[in-house]
Design a protein around this ligand. Structure first.
Ligand code: ZN
Length: 393
């Protein structure tokens, strides 16, 4: 009686699990070999568009899926560790009975002028994840492993710690002695290149000197952004960005703009532009709105957005200065996954200076003298951040 009861419970539990999971096996104890067909393909923590992005994969990366549902493959990173990729980003190359693994052939560490580099050469380009752990980085390459006998290691560098041999996995930790200031994993013909920017040496009297800032005035051309009281967001964004450019340059920064005219620029062109310019800081300038304009009496003011932990202190510093100078309501420092907050190659912050759908805020946002107050506050926010974290002692 008791045993039957337990079996019944187990049956019900597994039935429920199957319903909730809704993934079919690719084939009993088989894997689908998937090849990524676009750069920048998000690998997610679960099977929906809002799930956390674990990493972005490059074209031609190979993954092993053990299950699928209508839109997603479940990718096995290692035993009991899974990630999910939307089917639109991959093509099935084969069904195989067992996963294949490779050895990393060579790891070369380099100490360049502005960055530390770990070059990872492998014949098999598989999934990787890079995580911020406080001020350190943790890079893991799956379905590949480092074997002290097979893998050549050049120029061992004390900043990078290679883990002991782990089955089917290569792990490299980057140990930092200051806050992170940008990092990237790039794909080349040989494998991957992990690069970590060296912190800037800041003169507290002129913190922005030689700092490269890319300004991104949101929207443009046919994309007006939000609008209210006769103003279009795209115009205010550009006006503020132009004044901000002057202020930053006055303080010694090198400044680029993703657009300096009223024209449409694709989101990823903005992101790539900032990276090509070797930016230290990327600031995307916007004015806010709400889907229900009535809520604006409750929710308005200045808000700042970041995605990667390394960018949070800069967002906080900008937010503090904006609140102080504009006297706008605090719409908080917010964690948000946007194309312009996700990049890691520089600190990336998106600023919603105010709400264009609130009359008194809209009028101020469109006023040249007030725009200058905003630009100066953002500039001071950058300076405070650099001074606090990277001053030479
Ligand atoms: Zn906007």
């Amino acid at each position: 009686m008791q045993i039957k009861f337990i079996i019944l419970i187990c049956f019900l539990l597994s039935f429920n699990f199957a319903l909730a999971d809704n993934f079919d096996n690719v084939g009993i104890s088989k894997y689908a070999v998937l090849e990524v067909i676009n750069d920048n393909a998000p690998l997610r923590q679960s099977d929906n568009e809002n799930a956390l992005r674990l990493t972005h994969l490059y074209k031609n990366v190979v993954l092993f899926a053990d299950k699928q549902n209508e839109n997603y493959y479940r990718v096995e990173l290692k035993d009991d560790s899974y990630a999910y990729i939307n089917k639109k980003f991959v093509e099935v190359q084969a069904i195989i009975p067992e996963k294949r693994y490779d050895n990393v052939e060579k790891i070369t560490f380099k100490n360049e002028k502005n960055k530390f580099i770990a070059k990872i050469e492998t014949p098999f380009k598989s999934a990787f994840i890079v995580n911020e752990e406080g001020q350190n980085l943790d890079f893991t390459l799956y379905d590949n492993f480092y074997d002290p006998i097979e893998t050549k290691v050049n120029n061992q560098n004390s900043k990078f710690i290679l883990s002991e041999k782990i089955e089917n996995e290569l792990n490299i930790k980057y140990l930092n002695d200051s806050k992170l200031f940008g990092y990237d994993v790039e794909s080349d013909d040989f494998g991957y290149v992990l690069s970590v920017k060296k912190p800037p040496k800041i003169n507290p009297k002129k913190p922005l000197k030689n700092i490269i800032v890319t300004l991104d005035p949101g929207h443009g051309g046919s994309e007006k952004g939000a609008s209210g009281f006769g103003y279009d967001e795209k115009d205010i964004n550009l006006q503020i960005a132009k004044i901000l450019k002057k202020e930053l340059k006055k303080r010694g920064a090198k400044v680029y703009m993703t657009r300096s005219k009223d024209k449409k620029v694709a989101l990823y062109d903005r992101v790539n532009f900032a990276k090509e310019k070797n930016s230290d800081i990327l600031l995307s300038i916007h004015q806010n709105s709400l889907s229900n304009p009535k809520d604006v009496e409750k929710k308005h003011g200045t808000g700042t957005y970041y995605y990667n932990a390394q960018s949070k202190p800069l967002a906080e510093s900008i937010q503090n200065n904006l609140l102080k100078e504009t006297k706008f309501k605090d719409d908080k420092v917010n964690y948000a996954s946007f194309a312009l907050t996700r990049p890691t190659s520089q600190l990336s912050v998106l600023i919603e200076c105010g709400y264009i759908i609130k009359e008194d805020e809209a009028k101020k946002l469109a006023d040249k003298a007030f725009q200058k107050i905003i630009a100066k506050a953002i500039t001071k926010g950058c300076e405070d951040y650099l001074k606090e974290n990277f001053s030479k002692t």
